[in-house]
Design a protein around this ligand. Sequence first.
Ligand code: ADP
Ligand code: MG
Length: 290
Amino acid sequence: MSDLAPALIRVRGLFHTYEPGAGEPVPALRGVDLDVRRGECVALIGGNGSGKSTLAKHLNALLLPTAGEVIVDGLDTRDRDAVWAVRQRVGMIFEHPDDQLIAAVVEEDVAFGCENLGLPPAEIRSRVDEALRIVGLEALRRRPPHLLSGGQKQRVAIAGVLAMRPRCLVLDEATSMLDPAGQREVMETVLRLRRDEGLALVLITHSMEEAALADRVVVLAGGTVALSGTPAEVFARDDALRDLRLEAPPIVALARGLAAAGVALPAGLLTAPQLADAVAAAYRRGRGEA
Ligand code: ADP
Ligand code: MG
């Protein structure tokens, strides 16, 4: 995709100040610019309170700018008439699976968003069927959601969003309450959606391994963008990350340690398979086999 193609989501000069009833105003975002292109996966990382969730809620008009603008697929989130169109295009998945499931059985839950959009019942049924198939939960469609595992619950929530035919999924720490199997289940589901359906993803995560899977990593600190670039670029910024109280994924640290010990490795290794291949190649070269 050309860099000149209009971004799916364009955030410009975004400020958000919370005005709690009691107490001082809280400036949570202080001039954020962000583009999310169609089909792109952007990881949003940063310490607690850096503004990640606040930014996420602006991407589907759950919050409106104190100043600046958020444009989603050409729609300004401040335009009252565009709110449902924005929410249909950008689906949110939150941290606590139980908070987003409300119906008595899975398929009713998946239908809920479409009902809010006012779609005809036959259309809703076909979209629910399709969404359940995509997330692999057809067999559980009559189950009460509270009997499902955490990973399955998040897949139900994803199906409910998918049924609205979004262009982008925003996952706000959607894997952090899950066990490793549930985390893998959710990540595999959303990465497949991106590959097969061309969905853009905004992954808010504390997991640097998850962030390493993105096309681009954006680091928030104190309500501003502190660093951004490809995962390899961002995770190479050891000192900057340390100042932000973050660290590169273990594989990146391991690759750096091996390189420092004299193993000839290419730059930008991010995942275990990449590192394994590079070490194997270095080993074969060392034995004169390659
Ligand atoms: P993150 O998701 O990165 O942890 P948040 O966006 O939740 O950060 O919070 C950013 C800042 O805004 C923090 O200082 C937080 O305390 C404050 N904040 C978040 N939500 C509210 C709210 N509803 N009212 C007042 N302050 C809030
Ligand atoms: Mg948060």
